[in-house]
Design a protein around this ligand. Structure first.
Ligand code: ZN
Length: 391
């Protein structure tokens, strides 16, 4: 399996740079690829170099008028609207080209899987799940996840499961397929009453022709690894067994980490590693092994993102990195040049135990109220019994 996994990367993806002090700093990607290389995870792996998505690719999920605004934004002096030129989504040089390349990366992963050249693919530059049909949002210009899913729908895939583990609601992808029963979108995120974008409540279930195809799992602030995994395993595997996807598309944002500056969940690098291994197992069990993984959010640029996404790449390649593995000294030396005084990690672990008790059907823990609410809202729409833990 490992040698049939495609890793999408080219340093030109670092051109998606929102500039200045913006938290979405491309160094997160560069340091990830350096760490994965230093650990030998990428030994012998031929990186797949993406081409920019075309306008017709982008028009799968975006209005042409919005694409034109993105193209013009760096050179015009007037307000182009569409969410561009804001603090979250500043205009930058080569904005269209850089954003189209990110989409091209996720599309390349989708194409590699659809053609049979690969069973799994990972593009850590992707995962820009907030971009909407006609506007930029939440650091996202074009929605690579939605474009890739739309392309897969036209290339042999009729049932696609999208799993979004970013701390923020996967609102752009949900919106793109809200009325499409062929796409099951599942987002686990910090409770939207406490975090931007303020959507992703349990009662957002999909449009009239697609009820149940939109699943939202809001988690209370400070949720830790065992509770997160308890909820995930009480809801997601059952839905996949009922939906029978042909492929998993996952957004693997790591802003759920306890040290992330933009949100309040309390996961660890160990939890992220366990999540990726769980996603891989679900792809193998329910989707014929097909798994397209993208990156996403994550703003602890030095201590968290590089380690967590190295675990992601390693998991996709079946080259799992043991938590106690030492962080290589040459990587640390590189980071020291950028941040001489940063407190850098020494191992690929935060020392957390991710073991959890599976949900047993009751309300034994505070987090079980989330499980009950989500299962009662969604499970009957899939012919599943919300109160039976065997379902
Ligand atoms: Zn996020």
């Amino acid at each position: 399996m490992g040698d049939r996994a495609a890793v999408v990367w080219d340093s030109s993806l670092l051109g998606y740079d929102l500039g200045g002090e913006h938290p979405f700093n491309p160094i997160r990607l560069e340091l990830t690829m350096r760490l994965a290389s230093a650990l030998g995870v990428l030994d012998g792996v031929e990186l797949r170099v993406p081409e920019p998505a075309t306008e017709s690719d982008l028009e799968r999920v975006h209005e042409l008028g919005y694409v034109r605004a993105v193209q013009q934004a760096p050179t015009v002096t007037w307000d182009v609207g569409h969410g561009l030129g804001t603090d979250d989504n500043p205009v930058f040089d080569q904005m269209h080209a850089a954003s189209a390349l990110v989409v091209g990366g996720s599309l390349l992963g989708a194409r590699e899987i659809a053609s049979g050249a690969a069973t799994r693919a990972v593009s850590i530059a992707g995962g820009l799940h907030h971009a909407m049909r006609d506007r930029a949002a939440g650091f996202c210009v074009y929605n690579d996840c939605a474009v890739a899913i739309s392309w897969l729908l036209d290339n042999g895939f009729d049932r696609i499961a999208y799993l979004d583990v970013d701390v923020h609601h996967g609102d752009g992808v949900q919106a793109a397929f809200y009325d499409d029963p062929r796409v099951l979108t599942v987002s686990l995120h910090q409770n939207p009453a406490t975090l931007w974008p303020g959507t992703g409540f349990v009662n957002e279930l999909g449009g009239r022709e697609a009820m149940g195809s939109s699943v939202n799992i809001p988690l209370p602030p400070h949720t830790r690894d065992p509770a997160w995994l308890r909820v995930f395993t009480a809801v997601v595997p059952s839905l996949l067994s009922a939906f029978r996807p042909q492929i998993l598309v996952t957004q693997c944002g790591v802003d759920t980490h306890e040290e992330d500056p933009l949100a309040d969940l309390s996961l660890s690098v160990d939890g992220h590693r366990e999540i990726y291994r769980t996603l891989r197992g679900l792809a193998d069990r329910y989707a014929g092994g097909k798994w397209l993984a993208t990156g996403g959010g994550g703003y602890q640029l030095l201590r968290v993102v590089p380690r967590s996404w190295t675990h992601l790449i390693a998991t996709v390649l079946d080259r799992d990195v043991a938590p106690e593995t030492r962080v290589p000294a040459d990587w640390t030396a590189t980071v020291r040049k950028i941040a001489p005084h940063a407190d850098l990690p020494t191992t690929m672990s935060d020392g957390r135990d991710t073991a959890f008790d599976p949900w047993g059907g009751g309300l034994d823990r505070p987090i079980d109220a989330v499980i009950r609410d989500v299962r009662r809202a969604v499970f009957p729409l899939h012919g599943l019994d919300p109160d039976d833990p065997r379902d």
